[in-house]
Design a protein around this ligand. Structure first.
Ligand SMILES: [Cu+2]
Length: 323
């Protein structure tokens, strides 16, 4: 029995080492793509914004080691009990049923572990909540089944972002199901406040590379933010089951230089100076955008939708306004 226990120990140690090697091996093999999922990738998408760095730290440094240690510890206990205390190895079982010391330990230790996790968890939650002073605001509206983006600071009215059809995506060499015909465009290194809402059912605005996932709820405005660190194209998807085309309403964010952004705003008929103007206004008077947020939060998104209804949704918006 002694030797079989020894054998089990060696086997368990070997299996654990093998699993770790396989885990890190797969991670090393996968060349993580920036801003989109990596085939066979198992880690989180690489970070391109501060919140995602914090989220990755919380996952990789705090949660994963704790989960791994607990899993190995419980597995070792199970294996020990199975081999040490089966009927053959332990024919005369002990009769006691309580042990105060061990009961105190197995109550206190999990509590301490949870408190430790909570410290970092709440810190991360507050980081999400504490948006730095935003440089610009984008309103993202979820529809069945596409997104609408509006830049109130820059006087860019809502435009519709649809998924790029398969043939066009293949021809352009961009990922089908992720690429959009009209991406959201933002300047690099600027803090973007995203006001998230929906006009029909609940959607969710998610952008893994920025660590974002915010529900888009009709009649309510949720706020989130990001500061993109690198220029590039980033992809996300609606992340709330919202109907038959839920999988076909991707989110594409193109991060460009300030000059390119200004040119894009101008091409959309907006006012590139809107950024500076609104920042100035925010510094001197109560935030214009904030007031707009409050108004739409209290009076409902229907009003906003009625102000600038996209052509496709004029009827639903009118119906929503009637409600
Ligand atoms: Cu959706």
């Amino acid at each position: 029995m002694k030797s079989s226990l020894q054998g089990m120990r060696t086997l368990a140690a070997g299996a654990a080492a093998g699993a770790m090697t396989a885990f890190w091996g797969v991670q090393a093999l996968a060349q993580d793509l920036m801003g989109q999922p990596t085939p066979k990738g198992i880690a989180l998408q690489p970070a391109a914004a501060p919140l995602k760095h914090d989220a990755i730290f919380f996952h990789d440094v705090i949660l994963m080691p704790i989960i791994t240690i607990i899993t190995l510890f419980v597995a070792a206990l199970l294996i020990w009990v199975i081999f040490r205390y089966n009927a053959r190895a332990n024919p005369v079982p002990a009769k006691f049923s309580h042990n105060t010391t061990i009961e105190v330990i197995w109550t206190l230790v999990p509590v301490l572990i949870l408190v430790f996790i909570a410290i970092f968890s709440f810190r991360l939650l507050f980081t999400y909540h504490d948006m730095p002073r935003p440089d610009l605001t984008v309103k993202a509206v979820g529809y069945q089944w596409y997104w609408g983006y509006e830049y109130p600071d820059h006087e860019v009215g809502e435009f519709i972002s649809n998924m790029l059809p398969e043939d066009e995506a293949r021809a352009a060499g961009v990922p089908y199901l992720l690429a959009a015909n009209e991406p959201m465009v933002v300047p690099v290194g600027k803090t973007v406040r995203v006001l998230v809402t929906a006009a029909d059912v609940i959607h969710s605005f998610a952008m893994p590379a920025f660590g974002l996932k915010t529900d888009a709820i009709p009649g309510r405005v949720n706020e989130t933010w990001f500061t993109a660190e690198k220029e590039g194209v980033y992809y996300g998807q609606c992340s709330e089951l919202c109907g038959v085309d839920h999988a076909y309403m991707p989110i594409e964010i193109r991060v460009v230089s300030q000059a390119e952004f200004d040119a894009w705003v101008a091409s959309k008929g907006g006012n590139p100076a809107g950024l500076a103007a609104s920042t100035e206004a925010e510094a001197t008077a109560p935030a214009v955008a904030q007031t707009a947020t409050d108004a739409s939060a209290t009076e409902g998104v229907a009003e906003d939708a009625a102000v600038s209804p996209p052509p496709e949704t004029a009827a639903p918006a009118a119906a929503a306004a009637a409600n």
